[in-house]
Design a protein around this ligand. Structure first.
Ligand SMILES: Nc1ncnc2c1ncn2[C@@H]1O[C@H](COP(=O)(O)OP(=O)(O)OP(=O)(O)O)[C@@H](O)[C@H]1O
Length: 589
């Protein structure tokens, strides 16, 4: 009932804390004990002070006893805090691990359009910074925050018990301090949300700026010319200024008033002393305890603004945690041989329709070449066929079953895709090649490398397959990355393979050789080749020409040469380039 009334971020916070309730409960108990132990040295000092004032004889034995007691309570306090911190860290790291596992698992199932709408800077902020903030808060602030509340509470109770008038004098200013604190922090939750949003946008722009720094250098441009970065920096600065102006006045009064209660304790104490109500040692104790009694409120205040940030982070986590993962682990029986078919498919990115009513069939064990002008929708078709994008209209079918009915596992075992900009992970070449299929023979590896035209690359590397590749394959050229990505896809041994401009690295002869080798070594594969040219397309079972998101024409090489002007022009231009290269080769000889 109570939980249902709480906002979703708070519910999530409770769920996370509940998972570690055993550790956290002990953290609370030990922190309370440590806070009580913190009061004890003052009581010991009070005893000594009273004895001195009352001219009591202080024997060496008595003093040693007090010193040992003092050392004992300090040690006890240290032990309580140590164990409390240990437990709070255990709880925090368990929450961090559990949460990060959940988030990366969810992200693995996120659709491509969702990922494109959520820039990597924003996701990084959530998965790294927001989760880390929760971890820091739980690890440190369960102890420190609790101590900041319990210590003044214990001291106040003791002071009231000791002499209620001194207790009142120590706390009389507390309501004013709290009012000022609340007034200062009013509406801060919204401000923090906008600050964090701004920080995430700035983060994204910085990532983009750093990634493209080489381009900026080429054009001799600096951050002033990078409009996005400039405007986000300006927004960030403006937000900080607004927050600072809002907070600075109240915050200064708040911090000054935290130790102003001595101004009340002292006069009240003196009056009580004059009337013989309290002893001088009682005033000393009230000042010792009372002077610092409100200072922990500073910590509470800082914590409450940190809590605002943590809750804002939780709100950012929620859309990721709400992503649906496919629980569909069943493997459907598909009737062989398997064809892949787009039936009247249309697709839009946000509002822009880029594919209109496209129907294509990839027959089993055939090669289809897809050509068309830039922006005609070829890559989008590739992603629809690979199940990475979902059509707005129409169906993608494999062996007469909708692709969406297949589990991710079955889909990825059936359809392989090599994109224009393949990604290589940090690790060895072999790790990258066997990334999706660890169970490969030496023979399979050799064949894949040979067909992908990557043999000479591997042979030229000092450590061959064991050569380390940097994150994103930075040490490799684009063409080298593409060859390795093709070999990786071939090793996955999918029945259907889609190559999206994957042979951009190759000259016309290499490209032809590649197509021939694919046919020879993988005769049963159904292959879709997306290309900017038709080198090697002569032997393809079908060639599809795309134009403005629609299929313009389908046919074989000779048919299209006879009737399609786009194909004729492309072919003629290629022939001229071929003649050129043959002439230049002869010239060299
Ligand atoms: N993520 C995206 N968000 C919005 N629009 C997109 C996105 N990706 C592609 N588009 C648009 O969709 C259209 C088709 O793009 P697509 O990449 O499929 O074409 P293409 O034929 O593969 O182009 P190219 O040959 O230059 O690679 C283009 O107008 C492009 O601007």
């Amino acid at each position: 009932m109570i939980i249902s009334r709480l906002s979703q971020d708070k519910q999530l916070a409770i769920t996370l804390l509940k998972s570690q309730q055993r550790y956290l409960l002990w953290t609370v108990v030990l922190t309370i004990l440590a806070a009580i132990a913190e009061l004890l040295p003052f009581l010991i000092l009070y005893k000594v002070f009273s004895a001195v004032i009352n001219y009591q004889p202080l024997t060496a034995y008595y003093l040693i006893k007090l010193a040992v007691a003092m050392a004992g309570v300090i040690l006890l306090r240290y032990i309580f805090y140590c164990i409390a911190y240990y437990l709070s860290h255990q709880a925090a790291y368990s929450i961090l691990t559990e949460l990060r596992y959940k988030l990366v698992d969810k992200l693995a199932y996120a659709s491509l359009p969702w990922l494109q709408q959520n820039p990597s800077g924003k996701l990084r902020q959530t998965v790294i910074q927001d989760v880390e903030r929760i971890e820091t808060f739980v690890a440190h602030h369960t102890v420190e925050g609790l101590a900041a509340i319990v210590c003044p509470l214990v001291s106040s109770l003791f002071l009231f018990y000791f002499d209620w008038r001194l207790g009142l004098a120590a706390l009389i200013i507390a309501p004013v301090v709290m009012l000022i604190s609340n007034w200062t922090m009013r509406g801060m939750s919204k401000d923090y949300d906008s600050y964090m949003g701004m920080a995430a946008e700035l983060d994204s722009a910085t990532v983009e700026y750093v990634r493209n720094i080489a381009v900026m250098k080429v054009f001799n441009l600096n951050v002033k010319h990078f409009e996005q970065m400039r405007s986000r920096l300006a927004n960030y600065y403006q937000t900080i200024q607004v927050i600072t102006h809002k907070v600075i006045g109240g915050w200064s009064v708040f911090t000054s008033l935290l130790s102003a209660n001595v101004l009340f304790i002292l006069p009240v104490g003196i009056v009580l002393f004059i009337y013989g109500e309290v002893k001088i040692s009682a005033i000393a104790l009230a000042i010792m305890l009372g002077a610092g009694i409100l200072r922990p409120l500073m910590k509470v205040n800082l914590l409450s603004s940190e809590l605002t940030e943590v809750l804002a982070g939780l709100r950012r986590l929620m859309p990721i945690l709400a992503l649906k993962t496919t629980n569909n682990n069943t493997t459907l029986t598909l009737v062989e041989p398997i064809s892949l078919q787009l039936s009247n498919v249309s697709f839009s990115y946000q509002q822009q329709q880029v594919i209109t009513d496209v129907s294509i069939v990839l027959k089993p064990a055939t090669v289809t070449v897809l050509v068309g002008s830039s922006g005609s929708g070829k890559s989008t078709i590739a992603q629809l066929m690979a199940g990475l994008l979902i059509p707005n209209k129409g169906q993608v079918m494999v062996a007469d079953v909708s692709l969406q009915q297949l589990s991710d596992q079955q889909r990825s075992e059936l359809i392989g895709l090599v994109t224009q900009e393949p990604f290589l992970f940090q690790g060895t070449i072999l790790d990258n090649l066997c990334f999706a299929n660890k169970d490969i023979s030496e023979q399979q590896l050799e064949t894949a490398i040979k067909v992908a035209q990557a043999e000479s690359l591997i042979n030229s590397l000092p450590d061959g397959y064991q050569t380390m590749v940097n994150e994103q394959g930075l040490k490799l050229s684009g063409g080298e990355r593409q060859r390795l990505a093709i070999a990786r896809a071939l090793l996955m041994d999918t029945q259907i393979l889609i190559l999206d401009e994957a042979t951009a690295f190759a000259d016309n002869i290499t490209q032809k050789n590649f197509y021939q080798a694919l046919r020879t070594y993988y005769p049963h594969k159904t292959i879709l080749i997306i290309a900017h040219n038709s080198y090697g397309a002569e032997s393809a079972e079908q060639i599809i020409i795309m134009d403005k998101g629609s299929v313009q024409e389908v046919g074989q090489h000779q048919q299209l040469l006879a009737r399609n002007s786009f194909y004729q022009t492309m072919w003629q231009q290629q022939q001229t380039v071929m003649d050129w290269s043959i002439v230049s080769q002869e010239g060299k000889q």
